[in-house]
Every structure is written in structure tokens, then in C-alpha cells.
Design a protein around this ligand. Structure first.
Ligand code: SDX
Length: 393
């Protein structure tokens, strides 16, 4: 076509990569982390053990796991000076806006773990990010609700620490509910990594330029925020609330099918899964369990979600386009039942995915052939032309 520059058909995008971390079969609805199926990890393992698996490629011995958990636990506090950074935000800032800023700022506080060429510093940065994300996410939440920050405690497990940092107040003792802690830990595991999704690809592209690990993870957090990606869990719960009752479902199904209407069913569909998302299956079971144990099994949003899933999956439009509930469809119902506002759903996704981003960042750096990510384009603009003076235009 006139004006279209051909591009080298042999050109392969640098955004694609080779990886040994996570395997997805979208047609079969399979998700493996270092070969282990996600439903087994969610049912039998726990988040910090999955972190070790993603980072190092094998399940740890008891001693290795204890040492890893001790290292993470002892890195959960943030530099006291960082507290001032939070105070620069308006109280109504979205927690994701705060977290993007604070994680990026970590490179100004932790100079001893920003040199990507030093394996020791890479290790320290990895542990710092996994350890401090819950603290920073909880601080972002506390700041937006006007409550004092709660320091982490070394006698609590990862999920319990996060729940306490979010929900404890100085005025009374806070006992972590072990049921909620188990559900929280399972949500962390279900979001830990997911191959080359948009935010992970962002982290890999950023790491390919040699940017420091905190800047790379901040880039991934920014990308995850979008409602088509990690922001879908917040958007999905808001959609379920807007639907309100099962009798309004047909109206929303019609809108989702209307090409003229930009509305899509949040929590439905996936770039890769053209069969069920195995994480959604586990999340749905967890929603039933948690709400039952919390005595809210007749939660109206859960009823709407289950009826919406039933109606959509029986509709040829969704069946033909192979649209199924994804990881975000049920997660918001559990998180809201646990006491989180919708604005904390994507921060929890980001917290969980930090280990996936870091594992992929390390893998990107370990590839001796790794070059700076530089995707090309198919140019469809004007061919060369001469500048015209303004009086001649
Ligand atoms: C995550 O990549 C990952 O791994 C991401 C993630 C991870 O762990 O990192 O799994 C996390 O991001 C999950 C996705 C969360 N997003 C949402 O739930 C938002 C709602 N879903 C969509 O916007 C959509 O499904 C996408 C963005 C996820 C995928 O969109 P695509 O690439 O357009 O999807 P598709 O190829 O699956 O769409 C096929 C057709 C299209 O119609 P046609 O152009 O063929 O006519 O289905 C339509 C789409 O318009 N479609 C939907 C729909 N999703 C796709 N129609 C109505 N409702 C929907 N939810």
C-alpha cells in the first residue's frame, strides 16, 4: 500500500521469551508453576513456599523453607523515612497510586540492592520486595482510611501479618482469624505468577534496559492497575453491585453482547484461557468456604455471581467466544467479605504478583543473550514529504 513501509517478516518480537517458571495451556485450562498444578499448590502449599518454588525452581526442604521465611519476615519493616513519602498524597488517593510511588521510591532508600549486576544485591532486592509489599500495601490502606500505620510482627505468618497491619487499631487487641488468614494466603498463591501477562511483560521490558528492580516492579504495578488486567477484580465487584439482583442479569448480558456498547462482563474472558481458568475454579470453592465460615453463605453478591456465570455460560455468545470466568470473577467477593474496600483489591493482586514479577525479572537478567526489549511496528503513516511554511498551508 502507498505509504506503508514493509517490515522484516522474519523479525521476531523481543517481547516473547523463553521461560521455565510458569506454563499455561489455555485450551485445556492448565496452569503449572515449575511443573506443579495450581490447584495442588493452592490446596497443599502456602504462599511463601510457592515464592521459594517460583524463585528457585524446586520445593524447599524444611530447613530451606524455615531460612527463607525467616529472611522474609525479618525484612518486613520499611525505612522509617518512607513514612513521610505517604504524607505527600491526598487521603482520597487510590492505594495503587500510592503503592506505585512508594515502590519506585524504594530505589532511593535501598541503594545496597539496586545494582542488577551483583547477584547478592539481586537476591536482597528480591527478598526486600516480597517482604515489604504487604507492609506498603497495608500502609497505603491505613493512610486512605486515616488510621495509624501498624508495624509488622515477626511472630505472625505472611498472610496474618498483612491482615493485622490492615485491620488492627491501637484502641483494641486484634486477633487474626485463622480462616481468613488461610483464605488470604490462598488468594496470594492464586495470583503469584501467570506467564507473560501484560504486567509481567512490562517488568521484563523494563528489566531489559537495566533499570533497578524497584523501578521495574513499579512499572509492573502501574500496568496491572488497568481494568482490563489487574484492575478487573475491583471492576467486577462494582459490576456485581450494579447488577444487584439476579433479575437484572439479562440486561447486563445483553449489554455485554452489544457491539455498540463498550461494556464487558468484568471477570470474564481471557487472552489465553479459552477453557476455564483453573484459578477461578479454586477461587469459587474458596468463596463458598470463606463465606460459609463467616456465616454469610447467602451473600447476595455470591448469588448474583453464580447466576451470572450460569446464564453467561449457557448463552451461545459466550460459549462461541470461549469466555469463562477468570481469576478476578470471585476474588472480590471473598476480599469484600474479609473487610477490604474494592480499592484494595488490585493492591492485593499486586502484592501477590510481586514474586512472579521478581522471578521473571531474575530470569530475564540471567539470560546471557538478553537484549533490550525493542518491539517494532507496522508503519501505516505518511511517506516522506517536505515541510510547508505556515503561510502556504
Ligand atoms: C487478568 O494475561 C493474563 O494472564 C492476565 C491475568 C494474570 O493473572 O496476569 O490472568 C489477569 O488480567 C485476567 C483478565 C481480567 N480482565 C477482565 O476480566 C476484564 C474483562 N475481560 C476482558 O476485557 C477480556 O476478556 C480480556 C481483555 C481479558 C481479553 O480480551 P480480548 O483479548 O479482546 O479477548 P478475547 O480474544 O478473549 O475476546 C474474544 C471476543 C471479542 O469479541 P469479538 O471482537 O471477537 O467480537 O470476546 C469478546 C471480545 O469483545 N469479549 C467479551 C469479554 N471478553 C472478551 N465480551 C463480553 N464480556 C467480556 N468479558
Amino acid at each position: 500500500q502507498a505509504g506503508v513501509f514493509t517490515y522484516d517478516p522474519g523479525f521476531t518480537s523481543t517481547a516473547s521469551c523463553e521461560s521455565t517458571i510458569t506454563y499455561i495451556d489455555g485450551e485445556e485450562g492448565i496452569l503449572l508453576h515449575r511443573g506443579y498444578p495450581i490447584d495442588q499448590l493452592a490446596g497443599k502449599s502456602h504462599y511463601l513456599e510457592v515464592c521459594f518454588l517460583l524463585l528457585y525452581g524446586y520445593l524447599p526442604t524444611a530447613t530451606e523453607l524455615e531460612n527463607f521465611e525467616t529472611t522474609i519476615t525479618r525484612h518486613t519493616m520499611v525505612h522509617e523515612q518512607m513514612i513521610n513519602f505517604f504524607r505527600g498524597f491526598r487521603r482520597d488517593a487510590h492505594p495503587m497510586a500510592i503503592i506505585v510511588g512508594v515502590i519506585g521510591a524504594m530505589s532511593a532508600f535501598y541503594h545496597d540492592s539496586t545494582d542488577i549486576n551483583d547477584p547478592r544485591q539481586r537476591e536482597v532486592a528480591s527478598h526486600r520486595l516480597i517482604a515489604k509489599m504487604p507492609t506498603i500495601a497495608a500502609m497505603a490502606y491505613k493512610y486512605t482510611v486515616g488510621q495509624p500505620f501498624v508495624y509488622p510482627r515477626n511472630d505472625l505468618d505472611y498472610a496474618s501479618n498483612f491482615l493485622r497491619m490492615c485491620f488492627a487499631v491501637p484502641a483494641e487487641e486484634y486477633e487474626v482469624n485463622p480462616i481468613l488468614a488461610r483464605a488470604m494466603d490462598r488468594i496470594f498463591t492464586l495470583h503469584a505468577d501467570h506467564e507473560q501477562n501484560a504486567s509481567t511483560s512490562t517488568v521484563r521490558l523494563a528489566s531489559s534496559s537495566g533499570a533497578n528492580p524497584f523501578a521495574c516492579i513499579a512499572a509492573g504495578i502501574a500496568c496491572l492497575w488497568g481494568p482490563a488486567h489487574g484492575g478487573a477484580n475491583q471492576a467486577c465487584l462494582e459490576m456485581l453491585k450494579e447488577i444487584g439482583t439476579p433479575d437484572r442479569i439479562p440486561e447486563f448480558i445483553a449489554r455485554a453482547k452489544d457491539k455498540e456498547d463498550p461494556f464487558r462482563l468484568m471477570g470474564f474472558g481471557h487472552r489465553v484461557y479459552k477453557n476455564h481458568d483453573p484459578r477461578a475454579t479454586v477461587m469459587k470453592q474458596s468463596a463458598d468456604e470463606v463465606l460459609d465460615l463467616l456465616g454469610v453463605e447467602d451473600n447476595p453478591l455470591l448469588q448474583v455471581a453464580k447466576e451470572l456465570e450460569r446464564v453467561a455460560l449457557s448463552d451461545p455468545y459466550f460459549a462461541d467466544k470461549k469466555l469463562f470466568p477468570n481469576v478476578d470473577f470471585y476474588s472480590g467477593i471473598i476480599l469484600e467479605a474479609m473487610g477490604f474496600p474494592t480499592s484494595m483489591f488490585t493492591p492485593i493482586f499486586a502484592l501477590s504478583r510481586t514474586v512472579g514479577w521478581i522471578s521473571q525479572w531474575k530470569e530475564q537478567l540471567s539470560d546471557p543473550a538478553h537484549k533490550i526489549g525493542r518491539p517494532r511496528q507496522l508503519y501505516l503513516g505518511e511517506t516522506e514529504r517536505d515541510y510547508s511554511d505556515i503561510e502556504n498551508r
